[in-house]
Design a protein around this ligand. Structure first.
Ligand SMILES: [Zn+2]
Length: 290
């Protein structure tokens, strides 16, 4: 969440007085349905979610708390993102997989639809104004694309010098982008799946307690081959992750093939260095995050 873009907006409304409600906090104790540090395991309490759209599963991966992830979603395929533990911000960048110079554009997306929120039917447009993905199903009221992404620089500015060693979404984006031949100049304003950034009556932005819940999902259909980069947000200095970073689950289906017809091993070019699913090789919590 919160980058320079949001940073400016939030700072304008006075960060000291920014409305931060957190209904899950009582007497300083976070009441969560998910144990702190919990990791996904099949059959466990975190084994929630399934694709929102019928079709053959071509990819099913877990993103550990605080970790980055990426994959190419083929044209026509549908990516379902599961907020496994609830109130977890999934910061997200999109690129035309064939020409990453064409990438997700917040102003094109919002201006085209004439609305500040991302909901079912929102076409996520590129810097060329073309559709990259379309939101085809959404289980929370609205998704955010204004709040930006956190990073160690903005964290330091907002929360103090002592947090400079915490990594943020920008660092996750950079780490994952580098695996795809992309770098700093390719980081642009992003989507925040499941993050609650209301536009208040006076036009100010809030970063407030999430409206999501364990197992809530959003589904986006690729309108061309799209490189999707996600940072499972490590932020612990505001309520965007309920002060308890939890896993995300990424499920890609081919709606044109009947369920069970696809071979998951042939899935796109997901960023697996080995044959193991991400959940099996990346379940640790980077110590810099908390
Ligand atoms: Zn973040």
């Amino acid at each position: 969440m919160a980058t320079t873009q949001a940073e400016n907006a939030v700072d304008h409304v006075d960060p000291v007085n920014t409305v931060v409600t957190c209904s899950t906090i009582s007497g300083g104790t976070v009441a969560s349905t998910v144990p702190v540090g919990a990791v996904y395991a099949e059959g466990s309490a975190l084994d929630w979610g399934a694709s929102l759209v019928e079709g053959a599963v071509v990819l099913d991966e877990n993103v550990a708390p605080n970790a980055p992830w990426s994959a190419v979603v083929s044209k026509g395929h549908v990516l379902t993102i599961v907020d496994v533990g609830g109130n977890q911000s999934g910061d997200c960048l999109l690129y035309n997989a064939d020409d990453p110079e064409e990438r997700y554009s917040v102003p094109d997306t919002l201006a085209w639809q004439g609305n500040a929120y991302v909901r079912t039917g929102t076409v996520l447009r590129s810097s060329e104004g073309r559709p990259l993905m379309t939101v085809v199903a959404n289980e929370i009221d609205r998704q955010d694309t204004i709040g930006g992404a956190c990073g160690k620089e903005s964290n330091t500015l907002r929360y103090g010098h002592h947090v400079m060693f915490q990594h943020g979404c920008r660092e996750n984006f950079l780490a994952e982008a580098s695996r795809r031949g992309l770098g700093v100049r390719d980081l642009v304003s992003n989507l925040n799946w499941f993050m609650n950034v209301p536009v208040e009556a006076d036009g100010a932005l809030g970063i407030v307690d999430g409206m999501s819940a364990p197992g809530r999902r959003v589904a986006v259909r690729a309108e061309t081959d799209v490189l999707v980069i996600v940072s499972n947000c490590p932020q612990m200095n505001n309520p965007c992750n309920d002060f308890n970073p939890t896993p995300l689950r990424m499920i890609v289906v081919d709606p044109h093939s009947p369920s069970g017809a696809a071979d998951p091993a042939s899935a796109d070019d997901a960023n697996t260095d080995d044959a193991s699913p991400r959940s099996a090789r990346d379940t640790s919590t980077p110590e810099a995050a908390a």
